[in-house]
Design a protein around this ligand. Structure first.
Ligand code: NAD
Length: 542
């Protein structure tokens, strides 16, 4: 097929997938009726990328940068990915967290044009029909949200669409999942956010959230429609409130190819950070104790994966779980509590109740604290000093997003621990100078895990995504942290190397998928080469 796929002239310039803008050659311009529609100069993609770098660098507001990038995505997809992939460390925070949080909050006010599929609950019974309106017929990846718990920002209703869009852009930019195989979806069941319901520019259904049987029936219909239309598609659940996230994952994980990144991806990246941190403290996973601030999807997901990893090292699973204590809005999760949800109960410990996190730290003597509470500042001086008193190298991981919700800043963690903290946060912090020493904080960004998982699943056409696949991914990420990085306190590979890192992780996960008989394609002779051959590269077709 010719590169213009039958399109000509103005129409071709307005097709984001085929458009090359000023990079159309003179021959192409003549052949496709583009002469006169573009200024005469023909620019190579490198110069187009440089032009966008300049434009974006000169903007002073991150949301404006987000919008420039999103307009570029709608205009010239290849160039959009060439820009992102040319400097992932700069662009990831602009197309995803933390900037995407503000974009979701203001979704109705900055809305540009269609991207993805909106499935309102009012269309029940017709979801397959709505999904069929998507132009691509081979969809391999859906990221779907119902917008109820967007990052740490709460219920943003249909504005949550920014999350699947941003996340899928990272699947492509970080591990080369081809963009045409990806579909962002919002399940719009209403919103309980009064500000949105009263905002004339709000774009979702103007009703309160539907709950219970009707809600789960709607989700069932969605899954069935996806299965019918795209049998090789993996569904990734994103930013659902934990009351729905946990049962949805439990319902489908054994039946279809699916995972929840907030639960499993977060767990994978946290475990990766811990495994690298243990290389600094020269200790074993089985010797650690963790205390989580938060007892929701992320906390229970991470606690479960750490426990499974400890169990793989020979520890009894019950004992492993007891080394991962949780502390939520009502205090330490102890067996005596009567308000615990089913998914929290496995982590309730035999202990006196306490509602003071600092007291829980002193009592349980954790080697690491992990913040997934959505509440800023709760890793206060008292807590961090207590951690530094108990441990030579305390692990301090404030993972709540966006930056405004982080349980502490990098500077606080380093200052209050006399520079001994092994630190990683959910949202990025700049390097810190204290007492003549420079600390480079790591970011426990799920991006080290989910794009690689996506690539492995895509290449192998995996039938399931299992927890063990996240343990394999975590180990593969941790392996790539060099001694030099560890010496600087970094426990994740540099984001500038994310594509290389992800393809390595994808290769390790794919090997596991083949070993466990979960692949739907024949075993290739060289799995690494097989993965690399599937990866998308942002180059114009000739
Ligand atoms: P969630 O709503 O399921 O859970 C939040 C938990 O925090 C609940 O258990 C709640 O009781 C607890 N909590 C609230 N206020 C508290 C307080 N004052 N003291 C103690 N506990 C309190 O949310 P989630 O999906 O678990 O996500 C939590 C946070 O983790 C979000 O900010 C999210 O952005 C972040 N997160 C980060 C990453 C990452 O950086 N890799 C990945 C996933 C989630």
């Amino acid at each position: 097929m010719a590169i213009n796929q039958g399109m000509k002239g103005y129409e071709l310039l307005h097709d984001a997938r085929l458009n090359k803008g000023t990079a159309f050659t003179e021959t192409e311009r003549r052949a496709y009726g583009l002469e006169g529609l573009l200024p005469p100069a023909v620019l190579p993609i490198e110069l187009q990328v440089a032009r966008r770098h300049d434009e974006i660098a000169n903007l002073h507001d991150d949301l404006q940068k987000y919008l420039v990038l999103s307009d570029l995505q709608a205009r010239n997809e290849t160039l959009y990915y060439a820009v992102l992939m040319s400097d992932p460390a700069t662009y990831m925070p602009l197309v995803y967290t933390p900037t995407v949080g503000e974009a979701c909050q203001k979704f109705g006010h900055i809305f540009r044009g269609p991207r993805g599929i909106y499935l309102p609950i009012t269309a029940r019974g017709r979801l397959k029909e709505l999904l069929s309106n998507w132009p691509e017929k081979d969809v391999r990846f859906i990221v779907v949200t119902d917008g109820e718990r967007i990052l740490g920002l709460g219920d943003l209703g249909a504005g949550g669409m920014g999350i699947p869009i941003g996340k899928l852009a990272l699947y492509t930019a970080c591990s080369g999942v081809p963009p045409r195989l990806c579909l962002p979806v919002v399940l719009d069941v209403g919103t309980n956010n009064h500000n949105l319901l009263e905002d004339p520019l709000y774009l979702g259904l103007r009703q309160h959230r539907v709950r219970g049987g009707e809600y789960f029936g709607f989700v069932d219909e969605f899954v069935e429609a996806v299965q019918a239309l795209y049998p090789k598609c993996c569904i990734q659940w994103e930013d659902f409130a934990n009351i729905n996230a946990v049962p949805i994952l439990a319902r489908y994980r054994g039946k279809i190819c699916t995972f929840n990144d907030d639960i499993q991806g977060t767990a994978g990246v946290a475990l990766a950070g811990i495994l690298a941190a243990l290389r600094i403290s020269k200790s074993k996973l089985a010797e650690q104790r963790f205390l989580f601030l938060g007892g929701g999807s992320a906390a229970t997901g991470i606690a479960q994966l750490i426990s499974q990893s400890m169990a793989l090292e020979g520890m009894n699973i019950g004992e492993a779980r007891s080394r991962n204590a949780l502390f939520d809005i009502n205090g330490l999760l102890v067996k005596a509590r009567t308000d615990l949800a089913e998914f929290q109960k496995p982590f309730a410990i035999e202990h006196v109740p306490t509602t003071s996190f600092a007291e829980a730290v002193r009592a349980l003597r954790p080697t690491g604290i992990i913040g997934v509470s959505t509440v800023p500042k709760l890793f206060n001086q008292q807590v961090i000093e207590a951690m530094a008193e108990i441990n030579e190298r305390p692990m301090i991981f404030p993972f709540s997003n966006p930056t405004s919700r982080s349980e502490c800043t990098a500077e606080e963690a380093y200052r209050w621990s006399d520079g001994r903290a092994i630190f990683a946060s959910g949202s990025p912090f700049p390097p810190v100078n204290i007492g003549g020493r420079r600390f480079v904080p790591g970011q426990g960004n799920n991006v080290y895990i989910f794009p690689a998982m996506g690539m492995a699943v895509l290449a192998t056409e995996a039938t399931r995504v299992t927890d063990e696949m996240f343990i394999v991914a975590a180990k593969a990420v941790a392996q790539q942290v060099t001694e030099e990085h560890l010496a600087a306190g970094l426990i994740y590979p540099p984001q500038s190397q994310i594509l290389k890192a992800s393809l390595h992780v994808a290769g390790c996960v794919a090997t596991y998928i083949f070993d466990k008989g979960l692949a739907r394609v024949p075993l290739p002779t060289d799995i690494g080469a097989f993965i690399r051959a599937r990866a998308y590269h942002p180059v114009y077709s000739e």
